[in-house]
Write a new protein. Structure first.
Length: 343
């Protein structure tokens, strides 16, 4: 059974209010961030909205619905271009002229906008944790931004951006994009507050938007994904990389990772090069050095203790590659962090 929520709104804040009318919850607004929080028999989680300058805004879902939900969104005066990315879960999209919707899987991007008077349908499954990132651009406002140079866009996106009267509908189903996942995750990890938090989020939003446009350009040009792996194998490699991030001191080897993943060593190398622009060994070393730098900055551990903590056995080797990466030795870096006490 599908619960339909009809949305006729002039802005995203009204979208939140109309969703609240159907599933309950409370809306709190603080430092431009408007957040609907729900914890009842209809849903559990949050939907937040943050507006920025020049018609750009963020709509982030982090919610689990108890029933199948369909958002029936009318394209009225508020009819932005939407750049959508599911970090977790999946959904279905269709226009009112479609007989059948298109399933958008986890890590797959979607760009769409409708013509005036059209209807957008977004269907969300029940019982699935949905982390869906939506960047919205109101064209008339965005084109007034001095630094906006849409002439650099490919022909198709250019036509969509200059369609400020919403005379055409458009959609683009992207392919697997795991790089975008890292940026979307960062949005939920920001610990700053107030204006600094909003500025940090805005910067990441533009990074995500750039990745959407870059991927769109590549697909329009017919450039294939430079990898021999299928989607499920890339997702497996991403999980391996996350395990390395969580436990960098473990004694990893190509043989061990191949055994853990069920993938050949050649596929592992292809996957890491595609996702992280590094070989497996280079990725492990990069992670360990980043962790080491954080430990030097945030703990009282000495260099020898840090070397052991991150899985290296030679302090001299660690110092050598640390300097190669950061152009400073670990000891020099540690000394720079010591702030002199004023007399």
């Amino acid at each position: 059974m599908m619960t339909e929520i009809e949305i006729i709104a002039d802005n995203t804040k009204e979208v939140l209010q109309e969703i609240q009318n159907h599933i309950g919850g409370t809306i709190e607004e603080k430092w431009s961030e408007c957040c609907l929080t729900v914890s009842n028999d209809k849903a559990n989680g949050t939907i937040r909205f943050i507006p920025f300058d020049w018609g750009v805004s963020l709509l982030d879902y982090n919610i689990t619905f108890s029933n199948n939900i369909c958002l029936k969104i009318h394209a009225s005066n508020f009819n932005p271009i939407r750049f959508v990315y599911p970090l977790s879960g999946n959904f279905t999209h269709k226009f009112d002229v479609d007989k059948q919707g298109e399933d958008i899987e986890q890590f797959q991007s979607l760009i769409y906008t409708n013509k005036t008077g059209g209807i957008n349908y977004l269907e969300f499954p029940k019982g699935v944790n949905l982390k869906i990132n939506v960047i919205q651009i109101v064209r008339k406002q965005f084109l007034k931004k001095r630094t906006t140079n849409i002439s650099t866009l490919n022909k198709k996106l250019y036509e969509i951006f200059v369609d400020t009267d919403h005379e055409n509908r458009y959609r683009h189903y992207g392919t697997l994009n795991l790089k975008m996942a890292d940026h979307v995750k960062r949005l939920w990890k920001i610990k700053t507050k107030g204006m600094v938090k909003i500025l940090n989020i805005e910067a990441i939003v533009y990074e995500i938007l750039t990745l959407h446009i870059q991927q769109h350009n590549k697909l329009q040009q017919g450039i294939p994904l430079p990898t021999s792996l299928i989607k499920s194998e890339l997702i497996t490699i991403r999980r391996l990389a996350e395990a390395i991030l969580k436990n960098p001191s473990k004694d990893y080897s190509l043989e061990y990772l191949a055994s853990e993943s069920g993938l050949s060593q050649a596929k592992l190398q292809d996957g890491f090069k595609f996702l992280f622009k590094r070989t497996v060994t280079e990725y492990i070393r990069h992670v360990r050095l980043e962790v080491a730098r954080d430990l030097i900055s945030t703990t009282d551990l000495n260099i020898s203790q840090i070397v052991y903590t991150i899985g290296f056995t030679s302090r001299s080797y660690f110092s050598k590659i640390f300097k190669e990466k950061y152009n400073i030795t670990p000891n020099e870096f540690k000394k720079q962090l010591v702030v002199p006490v004023a007399v």
